[in-house]
Design a binder for this molecule. Structure first.
Ligand code: NAD
Ligand code: TDX
Length: 333
């Protein structure tokens, strides 16, 4: 099987490539990645002799057409992925997430290639803290941020291309991932690397916001399940019952580092900050038999801390610029 993986030099895509190369020697992987600030060739170093790496943009129709013509399936991870950046400058989000997805759909339609679309629970908006509800495949779309609205737009394009043009596509919407190779701009790696540097975690607002954490390997096993056995046209929600508020995550990290519980800073809240995300993944579990393997969030967090401790050479080059950008936002905000 020939598989085109977009965004394979990013966090989830790189973990997906490593799993695939290790567990499925019959799959020939081609990665298409623009190596934006979020992409890192070093994330694929251990796999580069087993895959083909193409440095290019998903919005380039000729490049995409040639790659899609020569593949059996596409898994589309590439995106602008950080909410805070989308508040600063939404255009790259519209271009990559909407136009880029359109460009891929146009090519898979032309060549009748199987397509799996990676998306997020943020397309459903947010839930109240005291609401027992969780998102299901039937929840109405209600995105809040430029990032989530462009992801929602891309999902809707996929649905329309299935219905109107018979494209063989599936969609998965996953909750917040954690694990190795996540950019230091994101919540958990930012706090881990602050602590490794002897600094303090930074909490937006009061930190009562809840995220539904899942280990990246559990997400990627579900992606393979959907790619191989999912129903065409179906959306699957991926989540591992991992709800935690941000304060609790920071408390756990401070504890892992042996630091006092109050050794963190409150910084200005994110405008429009979604309160709570929560996934009901019953369909994925009952129809495809998927189960999470990382059920102990604290143990997964400890393993992630150890990965960042052991891989300083991977994250160090991006740390200072990321913190400088946050400092500018915190001053102006
Ligand atoms: P990331 O920002 O770490 O990686 C994105 C990758 O896409 C980078 O390698 C980047 O170079 C590449 N890219 C960006 N624009 C491109 C373009 N125009 N052409 C080609 N490549 C381009 O993102 P991530 O956290 O790994 O997220 C991957 C996917 O999973 C995204 O679609 C995101 O919406 C989705 N998702 C993420 C999470 C999460 O918690 N991180 C949760 C649910 C869904
Ligand atoms: O320094 C911080 N302090 C803080 O309190 C940062 C960077 C974040 N936060 C909060 C904001 C959120 O409530 O932590 C929570 C998680 O923040 P992010 O890591 O930025 O993730 P989130 O905005 O929830 O979006 C993530 O999950 C869904 C991914 O970035 C998206 O790509 C994915 O779709």
């Amino acid at each position: 099987m020939r598989l085109l993986v977009t965004g394979g030099a990013g966090f989830i895509g790189a973990n997906f490539v490593h799993r695939t190369v290790a567990e499925r020697p019959d799959v020939q992987v081609t990665v298409l990645d623009a190596l934006t600030y979020a992409g890192n060739r070093a994330s694929l170093a251990a796999a580069l002799d087993r895959i083909r790496f193409v440095h290019g943009n998903i919005t380039d129709p000729d490049l995409v057409d040639g790659l899609v013509r020569d593949t059996d399936a596409v898994v589309h991870f590439a995106a602008e992925s950080h909410n805070d950046n989308s508040l600063d400058d939404p255009w790259p989000f519209v271009h990559t997430n909407v136009v880029g997805t359109y460009t891929l759909l146009d090519a898979v339609r032309r060549h009748d290639v199987r397509y799996h679309h990676i998306s997020t629970d943020e397309v459903y908006g947010d839930l109240e803290l005291d609401d027992p509800a969780r998102f299901t495949e039937d929840t109405a779309y209600n995105p809040s941020s430029p990032y989530s609205s462009t992801k929602a737009s891309s999902d809707l394009l996929v649905r329309a291309w299935v219905r109107s043009f018979g494209v063989r596509a599936t969609i998965s919407n996953c909750s917040n991932n954690y694990g190795p190779y996540q950019h230091v701009e994101k919540f958990i790696p930012r706090q881990i690397t602050n602590l490794l540097d002897g600094g303090r975690p930074k909490l937006y607002g009061e930190g009562r916001n809840v995220r539904d954490w899942i280990h990246v390997d559990d997400h990627n096993r579900a992606v393979w399940d959907v790619l191989e056995r999912g129903r065409i046209g179906q959306t699957y929600l991926i989540g591992a019952d991992g709800e935690q508020d941000n304060r609790s995550v920071i408390a756990a990290l401070l504890d892992i580092f042996g630091r006092a519980p109050d050794e963190f800073d409150h910084v200005p809240d994110r405008p429009g900050h979604d309160l709570r995300y929560a996934i009901d993944s019953t369909l994925l579990r009952t129809e495809l038999g998927w189960q999470p393997r990382y059920r102990d969030f604290r143990a997964g967090l400890e393993a992630t801390v150890e990965w960042y401790r052991a891989n300083e050479a991977w994250w160090r080059p991006r740390k200072a610029a990321t913190e400088a950008a946050y400092a500018r936002t915190e001053q102006s905000g």
